[in-house]
Design a protein around this ligand. Structure first.
Ligand code: FES
Length: 102
């Protein structure tokens, strides 16, 4: 079964940045790419617990701010040898509400 979570408005996330949201006891990092695309992955870096929502992003990856491991935002896979992140499907309702599905 797919669970949906409405977590806030897309325009609360500045373009080019991420924000962390608590979802069912997990922390999820939601990023707004420069073209407006939203991506959502686990917010806790599997290397040593770094805050991925604070990481630098481009159109493809996030770089953890603690030790600079790199994760693909679409697949969750690390390009630097770390375990993968959980990936969430993220869409917006017509009113701009962000909806996460896992
Ligand atoms: S905690 Fe993220 S790279 Fe070390």
């Amino acid at each position: 079964m797919t669970l949906e979570h409405r977590i806030g408005r897309a325009d609360e996330i500045p373009v080019g940045e991420g924000r962390a949201f608590a979802v069912d006891g997990d922390m999820v990092a939601v990023f707004r790419l420069r073209d407006g695309t939203l991506r959502a992955v686990s917010a806790v870096c599997p290397h040593a617990g770094g805050p991925l929502a604070d990481g630098l992003i481009d159109m493809k990856v996030v770089v953890c701010p603690l030790h600079q491991h790199v994760f693909d935002l679409a697949t969750g896979c690390s390009t630097t040898g770390q375990p993968p992140l959980a990936v969430y499907t993220v869409t917006t309702d017509p009113d701009g509400t962000v909806v996460l599905r896992r």
